[in-house]
Ligand binder design. Structure first.
Ligand SMILES: Cc1cc2nc3c(=O)[nH]c(=O)nc-3n(C[C@H](O)[C@H](O)[C@H](O)COP(=O)(O)OP(=O)(O)OC[C@H]3O[C@@H](n4cnc5c(N)ncnc54)[C@H](O)[C@@H]3O)c2cc1C
Length: 387
């Protein structure tokens, strides 16, 4: 295989999910020559609950990507079901629901618009440090060079850059779109239905186009007890959760088979780094999915990294600030996620104390004004950025 050396640029972004695309946009806006390498050749579905928090919406709008213009539907509350018990909570912030297929594509489109060189169908298989920066080698053999490199490969680890396992790492994630019967679809409008079942939890919410997204997490052990089969897992959930059975009555799957993801390092916090590589989004930190805050953290990490790079900070300083901002919310969310999987008393507690869901939601978010409040943290962590 012959290696083709591509021209060097200021910044190389590996991965074109929310973190990579947002970073590309921010760096291009500050005048940097950015190349973004994304393995998928075209728009595609991703395992995700597709809940866009208030903070994520704000970040997207600041990048001139409007979820509403893309057809996002409004979400105003969560209904938590454990067997037949139900707890209801209006969200303390407005939220939306939008397919990742639409969102991620719109972000990459916005990156191109801002001048980022977006290369699709480019799977990076190796990343090495050189005397004057970084080199990434893609599967087809081309080599791309840059002064700074940003790892934003999300759920997938790059060879040689494996993340630690996290604090809750025995879950498998699935996602399937369904066409619901008209009455169910009407009743679902505006709500995330969260169902607890032995060994896992599932969220159902409407997305654009009149479809519903059923996204769930289940322990590997429980999935094995279902014979490792999606149909048996679905039956297990329906048997354990009568409300879910009501929702799914007459539902028709839209995809040939569900999308799946495993080895998710939930609870991962930004670690001390010395290798000079910027790690963004899920490569930096992973908050349990029920919080619906993964995308806003990914977007935040990108904008924070761009801001810190512009002020001369290092990846190590960036990781320290990220850790200071997110360790409390990630630790709380991981504790709750463990309880959701193993002790459905959470639903009973939420029913007895109706404010609980709202409090958990409020305490697992990207802190308000986190980009602005990062400034004192930069100084505290020795980034020397008084300007
Ligand atoms: C089951 C589940 C449900 C979730 N639900 C929600 C939710 O409702 N709301 C929410 O906000 N968050 C949710 N999340 C979290 C959210 O999906 C992530 O936090 C978010 O996608 C992280 O963005 P990212 O850009 O870091 O990574 P990703 O979105 O994973 O993007 C990474 C990109 O890198 C590309 N890539 C990977 N490897 C390579 C390579 N070697 N070379 C080139 N390109 C590569 C991939 O194709 C991908 O496009 C959920 C996660 C899971 C697992």
């Amino acid at each position: 295989m012959s290696n083709t050396r591509a021209s060097a640029c200021d910044a190389l972004v590996i991965g074109g999910g929310p973190a990579g695309a947002a970073l590309g946009i921010a760096l291009a806006q500050s005048g940097r020559a950015v190349k973004l390498l994304e393995q998928s050749p075209t728009a595609h579905n991703k395992v995700c609950g597709e809940f866009l928090s208030h903070e994520a919406i704000g970040y997207l709008e600041s990048l001139r990507v409007s979820p509403r213009a893309l057809g996002a539907v409004a979400i105003r509350g969560v209904r938590l079901h454990a067997h037949t018990r139900i707890a209801t909570c209006e969200l303390p912030f407005p939220a939306l629901s939008l397919t990742r297929r639409a969102l991620d594509e719109a972000l990459l489109h916005a990156a191109r618009r801002e001048g980022v060189t977006v290369l699709r169908g480019q799977r990076v298989e190796g990343l090495t440090r050189t005397s004057d920066g970084w080199q990434a080698r893609v599967v087809a053999g081309a080599v791309h060079a840059a002064r700074d490199a940003f790892l934003a490969t999300g759920k997938q680890d790059l060879s040689g850059y494996r993340r630690p396992t996290g604090k809750q790492n025995n879950l498998v994630g699935f996602k399937m779109y369904f066409r619901l019967a008209a009455a169910q679809l009407e009743a679902l409008k505006g709500w995330v239905e969260l169902f607890l079942f032995p060994g896992g939890y599932a969220g159902l919410q409407m997305v654009e186009g009149g479809q519903a997204n059923l996204c769930l997490l289940v322990t590997r052990e429980q999935f094995a007890r279902c014979g490792g089969a999606w149909t048996a897992l679905l039956e297990h959930m329906l048997q354990s959760s009568p409300p879910l059975r009501v929702w799914m009555d007459g539902a028709e799957p839209v995809l040939d088979r569900p999308l799946a993801v495993s080895s998710i390092p939930y609870g991962l916090l930004p670690a001390e780094t010395t290798d000079g590589l910027w790690r963004l989004g899920d490569q930096a930190a992973v908050i349990p999915s029920f919080s619906g805050d993964g995308m806003s953290m990914a977007l935040h990490s990108a904008l924070l990294a761009a801001m810190m790079l512009a002020r001369g900070a290092t990846p190590a300083e960036f990781a320290r600030v990220m850790r200071a901002q997110f360790q409390d919310s990630i630790q709380l969310a991981t504790t709750v996620s463990r309880m959701l999987v193993s002790a459905p008393v959470v639903a009973q507690a939420a029913r007895m104390w109706p404010g609980l869901l709202g409090r958990i939601a409020a305490r697992t978010r990207v802190p308000t004004n986190a980009l602005l409040t990062a400034h004192p943290l930069l100084r505290h962590n020795g980034a020397g950025l008084d300007g």
